[in-house]
Ligand binder design. Structure first.
Ligand code: MN
Length: 201
């Protein structure tokens, strides 16, 4: 088996009240797990078994057409969710943005508030299922959204922070009010992880 479901770096209830335990259990144990299984099934017996997920996703056009869409959706899902879990932390451990990253955000967005507004707008404005991202694009920080399980890495950008805005990510707790979920998300961002990704980009 090539890809495996990573353990969460915290308990299922650790993100409450921002993200409820039931949502986390379903999201990790059913949704993410399904993406992993379907990706493994798709690449079984091909030359791509053992390819790191990031490399696989940057070369989607090299995959046989018969599995390309499956890998894009499910491999993308595996990659997106792995990034997502890692970049959150328990509400009891809320963090501020480290100084170096904060300076870069201020340079590229004007202020932290302007960055947050852009990120929230991208998250609430994504029509249907998808994600909003803070990315490093050749040294410049940018915000964008992607549809379904697409990831900015498809275009060679480095994803630093992503929020899942599929309804499965928030519906039990927030129903149709995606904007409240997006605003609450700031309470659980692991900025140390985001800053570390920014350094390596
Ligand atoms: Mn999801």
């Amino acid at each position: 088996m090539t890809y495996t479901l990573p353990d969460l770096p915290y308990a299922y209830d650790a993100l409450e009240p921002v993200i409820d335990e039931e949502t986390m259990k379903l999201h990790h144990g059913k949704h993410h797990s399904g993406y992993v299984d379907k990706t493994n099934d798709a690449i079984k017996g091909t030359d791509h078994e053992g390819t790191p997920i990031e490399d696989l996703l940057q070369k989607l056009e090299d995959l046989p057409e018969s599995i390309r869409t499956t890998v894009r959706n499910n491999g993308g899902g595996h990659y997106n969710h792995s990034l997502f879990w890692e970049a959150m932390l328990p509400t009891s451990q809320k963090q501020e943005i480290p100084e170096e990253l904060k300076t870069r955000i201020e340079e590229d967005f004007g202020s932290v508030e302007d960055f947050k507004k852009a990120f929230e707008d991208a998250a609430t404005g994504q029509f249907g299922s998808g994600w909003a991202w803070l990315v490093d694009n050749n040294g410049k920080l940018e915000v964008e959204s992607t549809a379904n399980q697409d990831n900015p890495v498809f275009q060679g950008k480095t994803p630093l922070l992503g929020i899942d805005v599929w309804e499965h990510a928030y519906y039990l707790n927030y129903q149709n009010v995606r904007a409240d979920y997006v605003k609450a998300f700031w309470e659980v961002v692991n900025w140390d992880v985001v800053a570390e990704r920014a350094k390596k980009a």
